[in-house]
Design a protein. Structure first.
Length: 186
């Protein structure tokens, strides 16, 4: 479908190849199979994930997280061991919660007559972003996500435990499957 093509371009160029992916401006129908509506929905979904990521980073600042990471490496009989920074994990989960609250406030703005409105607002955009991170970890063969960041599935569970998001829709399930397939086939 048109949305799958658009997501494929974003994932392959921006996430996997680390190329700049400039969202198209102008006649969007040429970008995703002449379906302006599909391309516009893709842009709103991308902007939703981006808005959450920005709100998450602002959360670190607002919550006065120190940002200093404390990692410890040790050499044992089993080889090198990297110890997880549990304080960093806590800070990431706190920033996720803060970012999600800010992101969901945008929905209220969208429902008003504000110039900041999202024509389509996807409650699941932050969760889909974490699904992308989980698929990237799987592609790279990582079992434990990071010493500084909790595994994306834990981050999803934490967000869902604290915020009442709309039930997953068929669109979310289709996008999640599509994104995972695209990443893992790279």
């Amino acid at each position: 479908s048109e949305v799958r093509l658009f997501l494929t371009q974003i994932i392959q160029r921006w996430l996997l190849s680390h190329e700049e992916f400039v969202l198209p401006i102008g006649p969007l129908d040429s970008v995703v199979g002449r379906s302006y509506q599909a391309s516009e929905m893709g842009i709103y979904l991308y902007n939703g994930m981006y808005a959450f990521a920005l709100a998450h980073e602002l959360g670190h600042h607002a919550l006065q997280h120190q940002g200093g990471r404390r990692f410890a490496k040790s050499i044992g009989e089993a080889g090198e061991v990297i110890h997880v920074d549990s304080q960093s994990h806590i800070e990431e989960l706190e920033a996720d919660f803060y970012g999600l609250q800010v992101y969901l406030k945008l929905k209220e703005v969208s429902n008003s007559k504000s110039p900041l409105l999202f024509r389509w607002f996807f409650d699941f955009a932050p969760i889909l972003l974490m699904d992308i991170f989980a698929s990237l970890d799987e592609l790279r063969g990582k079992i434990n996500h990071s010493t500084s960041h909790p595994h994306p599935h834990l981050r999803i569970r934490n967000m869902l435990d604290h915020v009442d998001l709309a039930a997953p829709t068929q669109l979310y399930n289709d996008l999640r499957t599509t994104v995972r397939d695209i990443i893992l086939s790279a």
